[in-house]
Design a binder for this molecule. Structure first.
Ligand SMILES: N[C@@H](CCC(=O)N[C@@H](CS)C(=O)NCC(=O)O)C(=O)O
Length: 250
């Protein structure tokens, strides 16, 4: 199987690199992967070439022959269907996994993503203006961590004893709780699950894409500064905020 993946070392990007490594763990032969790192801080997601593969202009994008797939959770679903394994069980269990996959896309991603942006990246927004979104997205992220904690009660993974694409989708945002400043340390089931997921060899390799091995779990101060600078130029990019044609019309 030959794929191209256009991505960056970010939570949505790591979902797909973890997936590819977890597929290798279940003996899927990914014959070749052409990995292209997209510099989202420099606006490479807005080029015509990128937009032709993803009209939504965000990483990650998976390219499989003539087909391009956008949206990290759709990519997880696509790969799980193409390479059947325990990562998406057959039968009734499948619906359990898919509802938590959708839950991530519709809830965890937006809440943690926005909380992170306002906490670390939106340099050009005044502090007073940040107070409301910080409270709103912070409260929502904390509430969602509570939902996950209750779900994990008595379960090793989100859908029971087996690790699935639901865990892959949710994990990258939760592991970054310190960077987003969402305190989940009072959620014992979530904290234990983060440790269990991180211990998987496929997850370790998936997180290593784009990050030096000794910085996978603890970024250096230089890397944090680099991410802060990159995140700020990304959120400050006018093309990330408004459709140009609308701006012109307005
Ligand atoms: N819902 C999308 C979100 C993708 C997304 O927000 N990607 C970010 C990086 S994590 C991005 O490309 N940002 C660039 C931008 O917003 O201009 C998914 O899950 O794939």
């Amino acid at each position: 199987m030959a794929y191209a993946l256009w991505t960056s070392p970010t939570p949505n990007g790591w979902k797909v690199t973890i997936m590819l490594e977890e597929l290798i763990e279940v003996c899927v032969d990914i014959q070749s992967l052409e990995l292209r790192t997209i510099n989202i801080a420099a606006g490479e997601q807005f080029t015509d070439e990128f937009t032709a593969h993803n009209p939504n202009q965000k990483i990650p994008v998976l390219i499989d022959g003539e087909r391009s797939i956008m949206e990290s959770c759709a990519i997880l679903h696509y790969l799980a269907e193409k390479h059947p394994s325990t990562l998406l069980p057959a039968g009734d269990g499948r619906w359990d996994v898919l509802q938590w996959l959708y839950w991530q896309a519709a809830n965890i991603g937006p809440a943690f993503g926005n909380k992170l942006s306002y906490t670390r990246y939106m340099d050009d927004v005044e502090e007073a203006q940040k107070a409301h979104p910080l409270e709103r997205f912070g409260n929502e992220a904390t509430r969602l961590a509570g939902v996950l904690d209750r779900r994990l009660e008595g379960r090793d993974f989100v859908c029971g004893r087996t690790f699935t694409i639901a865990d892959i989708a949710i994990y990258p945002w939760l592991r970054g709780y310190k960077w987003s400043k969402v305190d989940i340390t009072d959620r014992p089931n979530v904290m234990a699950w983060i440790g269990r997921v991180r211990a998987r060899p496929g997850v370790g390799r998936g997180l290593a894409y784009g990050v030096p091995k000794d910085e996978i779990d603890h970024w250096s101060e230089e890397r944090k500064a680099l991410y802060r600078k990159g995140g700020s130029s990304m959120t400050g990019n006018p093309r990330a905020r408004a459709d140009e044609s609308l701006t012109k019309r307005g």
